[in-house]
Write a protein of this length. Structure first.
Length: 210
């Protein structure tokens, strides 16, 4: 019995050490999955959350900022970063209020998913107003526009998640082409052509539509 005491004495610290290491490792993984500038999750974490929560009935929301390049040219990239950080915080707060989740997809593109509200137009109008609010930067009040597109979860069963994301993206692009604001896509069938597997007109596409 006495020979087991040294082993028992060392087992406790080892277990604690491994638990601390495991917690540290999980935090490192979580940090790596987040955008270093805004702190928002990235696309992979966002899609994982949407897949887990689909049964709740969601609305997918795509956001693209307007005139950010002009702001960068006028005030410098630090100003653009300030706008991106503020946009991320505003979008995350809005999404959390509606039981949802927000992410940065890259550049000035963001996404959110919220539980389907009773009157979506009012909720999207609220989001657009919040995103277009001024951003204090040094002695300036910076302003950019926002284009917002949404797609209701009800059609996901028929269209699938990939196509639902495409429809939200299409609605966002339709809003951008009309000068900003928000749009809601209806129905599971994409209304825009596809180039190289992506919505025609999206950054990164080239060649003819198919």
């Amino acid at each position: 019995m006495s020979s087991l005491l040294p082993m028992a004495a060392t087992a406790g610290p080892l277990a604690v050490g491994w638990a601390v290491h495991g917690l540290w490792f999980r935090r490192q993984v979580e940090r790596a999955r987040r955008d270093p500038l805004t702190g928002l999750p990235g696309r992979t974490a966002f899609l994982a959350w949407v897949r887990r929560m689909r049964a709740r009935g969601l609305v997918l929301v795509w956001v693209d900022l307007d005139r950010l390049k002009a702001l960068n040219d006028a005030y410098g990239h630090a100003a653009g970063d300030a706008v991106l950080v503020t946009t991320a915080a505003r979008l995350a707060g809005w999404a959390e209020h509606y039981g949802g989740y927000a992410a940065r997809l890259g550049g000035d593109e963001f996404a959110a998913a919220i539980t389907s509200p009773s009157h979506l137009p009012d909720v999207l109008g609220e989001l657009h107003e919040v995103l277009c609010g001024s951003v204090p930067f040094r002695r300036h009040e910076l302003r950019v526009g926002a284009s917002v597109g949404a797609y209701r979860e009800e059609d996901l069963a028929e269209s699938g998640l990939g196509r639902a994301m495409r429809r939200a993206d299409e609605a966002m692009y339709a809003a951008k082409r009309s000068g900003g604001g928000w749009r809601i896509a209806h129905g599971p069938i994409p209304s825009m052509t596809t180039t190289n597997g992506r919505r025609t007109g999206r950054r990164g596409t080239s060649g003819g539509a198919r």
